[in-house]
Design a protein around this ligand. Structure first.
Ligand SMILES: [Zn+2]
Length: 159
């Protein structure tokens, strides 16, 4: 868990203290409790000619490995719109969402990942700086995936 160092109210030092079966950051002066919000990431699985569209990451972590188009949801942004936006930014394709594949989270991980299945309704494959490459893969010949959970998510989608 990343630390909150200073109180947003009085700027005094924060410390981690037990609270309701977990630990929370409290101000050493005014006793304000601060929360660290999770980060929401959303992505879309879709195909071209029955092959899944994956992108090769151009950023750490896992630069050079493959995953499906995904990215952070902005505060105030509808999750479905963020998913569609991320696909467009990373691939140039315009997708429509069909259904929710799943919501993925794990202990001590700040990321909540919300994955949809979708299909292409427009756009063209467009190279950009966020990814090294955009390619399609048969489901039985996936490349080296960036994240452990990607394989399970692709299985969930395919079932
Ligand atoms: Zn304070």
């Amino acid at each position: 868990m990343s630390a909150i160092k200073y109180c947003s109210s009085c700027a005094s030092e924060m410390i981690l203290k037990p609270f309701e079966n977990t630990n929370r950051f409290f101000c050493t002066d005014c006793d304000r409790m601060e929360f660290i919000d999770p980060k929401v990431v959303t992505g879309v699985l879709f195909t071209i000619n029955s092959e899944v569209v994956l992108v090769q990451r151009n950023l750490e972590p896992q630069r050079g490995k493959w995953t499906f188009p995904a990215g952070f949801v902005d505060r105030g942004e509808k999750v479905e719109n963020a998913a569609i936006r991320e696909v467009f930014e990373e691939t140039g394709f315009i997708v429509e969402l069909d259904k929710l594949v799943g919501v993925y989270s794990q202990e001590d991980d700040p990321i909540i990942l919300i994955v949809y299945s979708g299909h292409i309704v427009g756009g063209v494959r467009t190279d950009n700086s966020e990814v090294q490459s955009i390619q399609t893969f048969p489901l039985d010949k996936l490349p080296v995936l960036a994240f452990d959970r990607d394989r399970k998510i692709i299985q969930d989608w395919n079932n």
